[in-house]
Design a protein. Structure first.
Length: 174
C-alpha cells in the first residue's frame, strides 16, 4: 500500500499507542469475549502506566504503521529477558501485530511483520516466535503463510477466561 511508513514509537507517542492498542485489540477479540473480560484486559494491559513501563524497557521495541500521519497499526517485539516466555538470547518474540480493521487486506500487517524480521536479522536471532489464540484463524493463516510452524501451546488469560494460544516459530538460520 502506498505511503505507509513504519516509525519507532517513543514515550511521546503514548496517547496514540494507547488509542490504537485499545482499538485494534477490541476490534480483533470483542465478538468472541465478554464485555467484562475485554474491559478488564484493556484497563490492565493498555493503561498508561503499563505502556510507559513497556516503552521504557530496553529489550522491547514498538513501531507504528502510519498513513497520512495516523497510526493504522502497530508492532511490539521483545528480545532477551523481555520475552514473555522462551527468553532465549538468540530469539526474538513478536508479541503484538495489530492493524485497524479498515486496513485489513491492505498488507499493513505484512509491513509490520517485515520490520520484525528485519530487526531479528539485525540482532542475529536464530528464530522468531509468537503466540496466537487458537480461534484467531486470520492470524494463524497469516503466520503459516509466512513460514511459521506450530511447536507448543500455552494458556493466555483474558479477564477470567483461560484461552489456548498456539506457539509458532520461524527459524532464521540453518
Amino acid at each position: 500500500m502506498e505511503d505507509i511508513h513504519i516509525n519507532e514509537i517513543t514515550l511521546d507517542d503514548i496517547d496514540q499507542l494507547q488509542k490504537i492498542g485499545r482499538q485494534t485489540f477490541y476490534e480483533t477479540f470483542s465478538e468472541y469475549n465478554s464485555e467484562e473480560n475485554m474491559q478488564s484486559y484493556l484497563d490492565e494491559k493498555f493503561s498508561k502506566e503499563k505502556l510507559t513501563e513497556e516503552l521504557r524497557n530496553k529489550n522491547s521495541q514498538f513501531y507504528f504503521a502510519v498513513l497520512d500521519n495516523n497510526a493504522i497499526g502497530y508492532l511490539k517485539i521483545n528480545f532477551g529477558e523481555s520475552q514473555t516466555e522462551l527468553q532465549d538470547e538468540k530469539s526474538l518474540e513478536i508479541e503484538r501485530i495489530y492493524v485497524s480493521k479498515e486496513f485489513h487486506e491492505k498488507k499493513v500487517g505484512q509491513l509490520l511483520y517485515e520490520k520484525a524480521i528485519q530487526t531479528a536479522q539485525e540482532k542475529n536471532a536464530d528464530y522468531v516466535w509468537l503466540g496466537v489464540w487458537e480461534e484467531n484463524h486470520r492470524a494463524l493463516s497469516f503466520y503459516k503463510k509466512n513460514g511459521f510452524l506450530e511447536f507448543y501451546k500455552h494458556i493466555f488469560k483474558l479477564g477470567n477466561d483461560e484461552q489456548t494460544d498456539i506457539m509458532m516459530k520461524l527459524k532464521l538460520t540453518e
